[in-house]
Design a binder for this molecule. Structure first.
Ligand SMILES: [Zn+2]
Length: 131
């Protein structure tokens, strides 16, 4: 089996490119992508829209007792980020020495998330860096 590379993951999954949806009728933006607009139902077309990757911290908490896969990086901070475009996404917040508070401006970074013990499969996800 071919080893999954970062490049491959970027290509195969729009989540890693922050490509969400925008409703053609009401302009509401969604991330991750949705097939149907919450406001308009099926009577509208959903367009692909790349999110800017910038947002603000909506909520955050420090994880001291992590899930097995994340134990190397504990303690770490996870948060819900409200993207500029409106959708809220969950992700790790990278400690770059800046204080993380509600309202802190962040931008996304594409980072290795964790490696699966057994097969060494690397999982990627976005993380957020305080600006
Ligand atoms: Zn709509």
């Amino acid at each position: 089996m071919e080893k999954a590379s970062a490049g491959m993951w970027r290509k195969i999954d729009s989540r890693y490119n922050l490509v969400g949806s925008m409703c053609e009728r009401c302009g509401t933006k969604y991330f991750p992508q949705r097939a149907i607009c919450r406001n308009c139902g099926k009577d509208t077309k959903m367009l692909h829209r790349k999110m800017s990757g910038r947002g603000t911290v909506y909520s955050h908490s420090e994880i001291r007792v992590p899930a097995e896969a994340f134990k190397e990086s504990a303690p770490y901070t996870v948060g819900i980020i409200e993207l500029e475009e409106g959708p809220k996404v969950e992700g790790h917040i990278i400690d770059n020495g800046k204080k993380v508070e509600i309202g802190t401006k962040v931008k996304t970074a594409f980072r290795k998330m964790y490696t699966d013990g057994e097969e060494g499969l690397i999982h990627y996800h976005f993380k957020f860096i305080p600006e």
